[in-house]
Write a protein that binds this ligand. Sequence first.
Ligand code: NAP
Length: 243
Amino acid sequence: MKYALVTGASRGIGKAVALRLAKRGFCTIINYLNNHEAAEQVKREIEQEGGYAELLPFDASQPQQIEAAIDQWESAHPDEWISILVNNAGIRRDNVMFMMSNDDWHDVLDTNLNGFFYITRRLLKHMMPRRHGGRIINMASLSGIKGMAGQVNYSAAKAALIGATKALAQEVAPRNITVNAVAPGFIATDMTKELPEDELKKMIPAGRFGKAEEVAALVDFLASDEAAYITGEVININGGLYT
Ligand code: NAP
């Protein structure tokens, strides 16, 4: 049995990724922060389709919670390990920089960037020695490539995540572990529901926001055996907005 941990899988892109990976046959571990009912619903949807899912709540910005949750998971699964990790949990706290609070800076860095570090380091302990390979997929953003006004904190976090993806990919390639980033543009989820979609979609060559399921299909491919030779890449999925 191959286990896949998806952080922030109660809603949005993470939910679509969890559903898709479960369909591929992975045992899916659904992480979330607070939204227990939504996470239970994702688990039920996976089970209704004949898949297997578990819930593993923790705050991706809190290293002690991560350690405790993964310790507990390992005690319950002494012969198993997590071979696919999708670092998807993310938040945004937009403001122009001259008005940005310390909390808005640190909260965004802690969840979007430091969470990647704490969780990935912990899981590498088991991916590295086994030589069975692994997949690490980091949810970056167009904002981390292009930079977006009003998102200095978020752009910084996602740009750093891209740098970390490229560096880690080189460290772990000899162990058959791939590390890639996905950089969505505007995707219709709770995170973007307050944005002026009609205005913004005029800027997008494809003329619409993307769907969470479209991002999930890309993550699913990167998690597959067929993607074994793709590593250190950042794959844009933005309807032509950036290039
Ligand atoms: P979303 O709909 O707001 O969902 C966020 C998810 O992350 C929820 O499951 C939430 O859990 C979880 N989460 C938030 N903080 C967490 C924490 N500290 N620990 C654990 N889980 C946490 O967001 P989304 O649009 O699907 O975005 C998913 C990822 O894609 C993020 O990394 C985001 O930056 C990135 N992204 C999104 C877009 C877009 O247009 N939507 C574009 C580019 C990149 P609860 O339900 O418990 O709150």
